[in-house]
Design a protein around this ligand. Structure first.
Ligand code: HEM
Ligand code: HEM
Length: 182
């Protein structure tokens, strides 16, 4: 494949590292909210909920940093043009889905951080306590909790469409997947 038809190596590396992190974050988020709280456990049993919450927050902030680098890179480096074999409405649909994926990649960590900041617990990044920008507030916490949850399901739907499109291109051997490989 002609190299002008492919994403550059930085974009490819960031796409796959961030994709893996996001899929792991979604699985972790859905898993950890089902874990029992300390108050729901019989005496003597220790809850592992806080451990997974701390992991989710640290991993999420790490992902956010990589996402910012990726967006910075993408704003300064164009996407290669799609082959003419991809019909116009699909080109349009793919740019809408990609735009939504970028928006959600930003909105997820921001809403997650805000709900964490408004809770009574400090937000820690791999053990480092982050500065609190606002006092704990139950109403604000509940609002961002809801926002984070609704956006998570929208994100899952967009990723499902994105992966379904990738599978379709793979089956059709259209050469589109190779654009996002080294
Ligand atoms: C790529 C970024 C992120 C993704 C994809 C993600 C995904 C998710 C998902 C799927 C859930 C479960 C939703 C539910 O059923 O309630 C969740 C919950 C949660 N997330 Fe995130 N998250 C991200 C970033 C963050 C960050 C950066 C923080 C905080 C610093 C955070 C804090 C939380 C908290 C506290 C919950 C539990 C909410 C509750 O108690 O119901 N998330 N996240
Ligand atoms: C295993 C699953 C995945 C596969 C097979 C896959 C495949 C691809 C491919 C082939 C492209 C290039 C499309 C083109 O030719 O223009 C692409 C672009 C993209 N992917 Fe994925 N992807 C996956 C997961 C994800 C995830 C989890 C995200 C996170 C949100 C994501 C976000 C994006 C974005 C934003 C673009 C557009 C890049 C740009 O033009 O700036 N992908 N993906």
């Amino acid at each position: 494949m002609n190299s002008s038809m492919k994403y550059d190596r930085v974009q490819v590396a960031l796409h796959w590292v961030i994709a893996a992190l996001i899929l792991a974050m979604i699985a972790l988020g859905l898993f950890m909210v089902e874990l029992p709280k300390q108050s729901e456990l019989p005496p003597g049993e220790e809850s592992v909920r806080a451990f997974y919450f701390l992991l989710h927050k640290s991993l999420g902030i790490t992902a956010a940093m990589l996402i910012l680098v990726r967006i910075g890179w993408r704003l300064t480096h164009k996407a290669p043009p799609l082959p003419d074999t991809v019909v116009k409405w699909q080109q349009k649909a793919s740019s809408i889905v990609h735009g939504l994926l970028y928006t959600l990649m930003l909105a997820m960590p921001i809403s997650g951080y805000l709900q964490s900041m408004y809770s009574k617990y400090h937000t820690k990044f791999w053990g480092i306590e982050l500065p609190r920008l606002a006092e704990a507030n139950d109403t604000m916490k509940a609002t961002f909790n809801e926002v984070h949850e609704v956006l998570a399901f929208l994100f899952i739907a967009m990723i499902a469409i994105h992966i379904a499109a990738a599978v379709k291109h793979k089956l059709a051997k259209s050469g589109v997947i190779e654009r996002m490989t080294f």
